[in-house]
Structures are given as C-alpha cells and as structure tokens.
Design a protein around this ligand. Structure first.
Ligand code: SP5
Ligand code: ZN
Length: 367
C-alpha cells in the first residue's frame, strides 16, 4: 500500500475527484431565530444550505466526491480557541434538547475574573452578538464542521510533502461557518473558526495566504492571525460602516508586531458592480498574495456576495463565481476551500459548484 504522502509525489495537478469533507451531524445544528430591527426572523443559517450544496455537487458526477472527516482531536481545536470557550460549548451541549442559549447580557468592561464557563448565565462573556444561539446539538455540529476543514487542510498538506508541491485542492463543506469566531468568542453564526484551523494545520509547512471572500469581514480570522507574518489575512467585504461585523474590517487594520503589513482589508461600498469587485480583488488582494509568496492558499468562501442574497448586496451570479474561482486557482497554490456564508438557498449550490469549477480550471490552466 502506498501512503498518502507517496501518492502525493506523483501528483503535480489535481487528478481524480476533488475531496469534499462533510459529516451528517453538521445538519443537526438548527438555529431557529435571530433578530432584525427588533423583529424575530427565521434564522438564515439553515441546514438546507448544506443540503443544497451537496445536491449541486452530486449533479457534477465524479468531479467531486464527498467523504467523512476523521474525528478532530480537541487539542487541535485548542491551538485556535481558548479552553474556556470550548467549555462553554460543552456546557451548552449538555442542556436539554429544547432549550437554546441566546445570550443577551454582555459584560462590557468587566474584568472577567468571575466569569464561569460552566454557568450558562455567563455565556454572554463569550459571545459577540445575539444572532448566534447555542443548542444542545451545536457543539457536535461545530466540531464536525471544524473536522471537515482540518481534514481538507490535511489532505493538501500530505500531498505536498514531496519536493514539488502538487496543485491539489479540497473543499470543506463547513456548516456552521467559522470566520467570525475569534479565539475567545462566538458570533455571526460561527462557533469554531474552521478556516483558521485549516491555516494552523498548514502554517507549520510554509507561509499561508488566507483569503476571505465572504460578504462579511472575517473578524475572527483577522484577530487570530493579527500578529502573525506566517499567515497573510486578506478580506474583501461590504463596508463595515453599514454591514456586520461593524466594528472590524476597516483598511486601517493592517496587523500588529511581526504581523504588521500582513493584514489586508478591502471594504467596498454598497452596490458595487462585479467589475469593480473583481478589479479590487486583483489589484489589492491577489497582487499582495503573490508578493507574499505563500506555499498554501486557504479561502474563506462565502456566497452571500450573490445576487439575491438576503444579507449581502454585491450581486454576483454563477458565471462571476467561476471567474472569481479561476483567479484564485491561477495563484497556482495547493488550495483549501472552506465554506462560510451564503443564504439564498435557491442558488447557493450552483454558485458553490461554479466557484469550485473555476478554482480547478485556474489550477490546471497552462502556467
Ligand atoms: C458567516 C456569515 O456570513 N455570518 C453573517 C452574520 C451576519 N449577522 C448579522 C446580520 C444582520 C442582518 N441585517 C440584515 C439586513 C438585510 N437587509
Ligand atoms: Zn457572510
């Protein structure tokens, strides 16, 4: 039997199907409501999202093949998140199946010495917003979502152990999403930062570019790598003056310490056209990624930039997602695509497949 690393030496390009990592338990997390202008609305981060993506992938026949990730050891998760945050999740997972924890009291300026992660009344100390509930099923779903990202990263890492790094790609169908989760806080429908875990898996092997194309700024990923010059974080998103997460995502946030210059934010005004969007991506993000000379690419791939999305307003259609994917593929880097947002469930699957097809086309185009 050849090991996965030995197989990797024969690969220069992706051959055979692109692995899609996903576990059924990820569907069990079903947040019911969130708040919008004081009104209770249906929660947009539904399990239907993942089902639609799976269906669209299946329609592409043998190009993509779904597999279950292996169990993720919690000590890997602890390389990105605090032990207290994980304890908050474990505590919530032990609650009755009907109960939901919606934090609504947030200890601003509290010194946190008396915060107890085993006390559900203290959950607000670990939470950024009121739209990200904890149900008994949340912890297991988030952990499998993280496992999907970690295994997707492991797949390209193992294939890259040879002298010539292969142009492999993998896709983690992460749901719940992750890029708003910081080391210590959950929020923005995110509990564990899946993309950050993937980047952590890879950064030991070489520099990693983490490019975030979700409509919302990836504040969690930014904060986790803010002082790092090993992981370049670059995000293009709706202007935070107007859009969630409001307090982060400005151009002035450029990194700290050794990481100064390794954090790039490109906020775009409401209703920017696809031409201006792709232009900003190329001139302000992809050029910087190239000069950084990464060994790996991780993409926080949100599709709430799509036309008709209830949360975003960039108006991208399936053909645009193909172009976007191809531009990223043309970086010619082993690539891990991590699912983030995207809430128009009628087009989500089509857009995801179009994007992944684009990445594959970019990776395999003549250099
Ligand atoms: C992963 C991800 O995409 N998270 C997004 C979290 C956004 N939560 C706040 C949504 C506020 C919605 N206001 C909607 C106005 C629509 N016209
Ligand atoms: Zn988003």
């Amino acid at each position: 039997m050849e090991s996965r690393a030995e197989q990797g030496r024969d690969y220069r390009e992706q051959r055979g199907p692109v692995p899609v990592f996903f576990h059924e338990v990820q569907l069990a997390h079903r947040p019911r409501y969130e708040w919008q202008s004081g009104q209770r609305i249906h929660h947009p981060e539904s399990s239907t999202r993942a089902e639609g993506i799976l269906q669209a992938l299946a329609s592409r026949g043998p190009v993509y093949s779904v597999r279950e990730p292996r169990v993720l050891d919690e000590h890997e998760v602890a390389k990105v998140h605090s032990e207290s945050l994980l304890q908050v999740y474990r505590t919530a997972s032990a609650s009755s199946s009907r109960a939901a924890i919606y934090p609504s009291v947030f200890p601003v300026d509290h010194d946190h010495r008396s915060v107890n992660p085993a006390n559900p009344n203290h959950t607000g100390a670990f939470c950024l917003d009121a739209g990200t509930p904890l149900h008994s099923s949340t912890w297991a779903a988030a952990l499998w979502s993280a496992a999907s990202a970690w295994d997707a990263a492991d797949y390209v890492a193992v294939l890259s152990e040879g002298d010539v790094p292969p142009l492999a790609m993998s896709y983690a169908l992460c749901r719940p999403p992750g890029h708003h989760a910081t080391r210590d806080h959950f929020g923005g429908y995110c509990y564990l930062n899946n993309a950050a875990l993937a980047a952590r898996r890879l950064e030991a092997l070489g520099p990693v570019a983490l490019v975030d194309i979700d409509f919302h700024h990836g504040n969690g990923s930014q904060s986790i790598f803010y002082a790092s010059d090993r992981v370049l974080f670059a995000s293009i998103h709706g202007d935070p003056e107007v859009h969630y997460p409001y307090f982060w995502g400005y151009e002035s946030e450029q990194g700290a310490g050794a990481g100064l210059g390794y954090n790039i934010n490109v906020p775009l005004r409401v209703g920017v056209g696809v031409g201006a969007y792709l232009d900003a991506l190329q001139t302000r993000i992809l050029s910087r990624v190239r000069s950084f000379k990464p060994r790996f690419l991780v993409v926080s791939a949100g599709f709430d930039t799509a036309k008709g999305d209830p949360l975003g307003d960039f108006g991208l259609v399936a053909a645009d997602f193909f172009v976007l994917g191809r531009l990223l593929g043309e970086l010619k880097l082993p690539s891990v695509i991590v699912q983030e947002g995207g809430y128009d469930t009628s087009d989500l699957g089509t857009n995801v497949v179009s994007f992944l097809d684009g990445v594959l086309a970019g990776l395999s185009s003549p250099a």
